[in-house]
Design a protein around this ligand. Structure first.
Ligand code: SF4
Length: 168
């Protein structure tokens, strides 16, 4: 039976999801080997309820809607896999966490936006258990594909630790 997977995007630029879409040569095989029930960037609609073998999640949690999506995916998926720097460390959305929510909302949306930004944006693991993360901004195609290949064997890959900055 084909593993059932989903790709979801929270607050982010969608570049991580694009990485998979850019695997043109491998996509037919991915579609053949997996049942993809939801892909935010790659298909409209999708199945929002069925159990999943793995949920791939891009982006940071920065809105109540993000949190709702993440909790739903965590509840229905055996494995939750973060994809990219935003998912692992919070990315750009979390870079402003040293400023007050009220100040930021007013600066971006005006005084009427006091109900926005009700909590500090953060990486996935601040809110749910994350089983594995593919890092990178965006991640390497080879690592996304290697993760998918491992899932077919019921395992997860081991990737090398990358230095943050090789020049420092
Ligand atoms: Fe975009 Fe990079 Fe965040 Fe992926 S990790 S969503 S490519 S900013």
């Amino acid at each position: 039976m084909r593993p059932t997977i989903a790709f979801a995007g929270l607050t982010a630029c969608s570049g991580c999801q694009l990485t998979l879409l850019n695997c043109e040569d491998e996509l037919p095989q991915v579609a053949e080997k997996f049942s993809i029930v939801h892909f935010s960037l790659g298909m409209s609609g999708g199945d929002e309820c069925s159990p999943l073998d793995a949920a791939f999640v891009e982006g940071a949690v920065s809105t109540p809607e993000d949190l709702e999506i993440l909790l739903s995916l965590r509840n229905r998926s055996r494995l939750l896999i973060g994809v990219g720097t935003c998912a692992r460390w919070g990315g750009i959305a979390a870079m402003k966490n040293d400023q007050s929510r009220k100040e930021l909302a007013a600066a971006v949306y005006g005084d009427s936006a006091h109900s926005l930004l009700t909590f500090a944006p953060g990486p996935l693991h601040r809110f749910v258990t994350v089983d594995f993360t593919i890092v990178g901004c965006p991640p390497e195609k080879t690592e996304v594909l290697a993760t998918l290949a491992s899932l077919l064997h019921g395992t997860l890959p081991v990737f090398p630790d990358y230095p943050v900055c090789t020049e420092c």
